[in-house]
Design a protein around this ligand. Structure first.
Ligand SMILES: [Zn+2]
Length: 179
């Protein structure tokens, strides 16, 4: 009968809802954040964990090169003769790997760079397959196979990063900063 009872319950409910709000908000934000990351900034997207997930995330050619260390045929990739200004990100994880400012025409049929965008962006591994002594280059973030590095590049480094087009994605928007 006394109205005070209701007025006591309502604030209590409101208080309980307020307590729950941060948890509800966090839960509802998780999804949009994840999809936003996948669509936009590739840097922050979650990496596939299993080979099956990698297979689904990549095109067959990207999967063959990045995950199975395949090599595209010379002069067949989309970037060996590509000259636009911008940066080249890992097709597996979106990390920026190379820039157009360090790209050069090597004539070998694969996109070639004399330097990586950042010394920590790539890793090097001894590769003695196919009866050759080579140095494999992989993405430091996702481990994807990119290509090989050779000592016959131009100045100033003398290096030639011989990279599969299938391993990288060109982005014109991220302009390379002038040194
Ligand atoms: Zn990567």
């Amino acid at each position: 009968m006394r109205p005070t009872r209701l007025t006591q319950i309502v604030p209590a409910l409101a208080a309980a809802t307020l307590l729950l709000l941060p948890a509800i908000e966090a839960a509802s934000q998780r999804k949009p954040l994840a999809t936003g990351a996948a669509k936009g900034k590739k840097m922050s997207r979650d990496l596939p964990k299993t080979e099956e997930e990698w297979r689904k995330a990549l095109t067959p050619e990207q999967y063959r090169v990045l995950r199975q260390k395949g090599t595209e045929r010379a002069f067949t990739g989309k970037y060996w003769d590509h000259h636009a200004d911008g940066s080249y990100s890992c097709a597996g994880c979106g990390q920026v790997l190379f820039r157009s400012t360090e790209k050069f025409d090597s004539g070998c049929g694969w996109p070639s760079f004399f330097e990586a965008a950042d010394s920590t962006a790539v890793k090097y591994h001894e590769d003695n397959t196919l009866g050759m002594r080579r140095t494999e280059v992989t993405c430091a973030r996702c481990g994807g196979h990119l290509g090989h590095i050779f000592d016959d590049g131009p100045n100033p480094t003398g290096k030639r990063y011989c990279i599969n087009s299938a391993s990288i994605e060109f982005g014109a928007r991220e302009k390379a900063p002038r040194k």
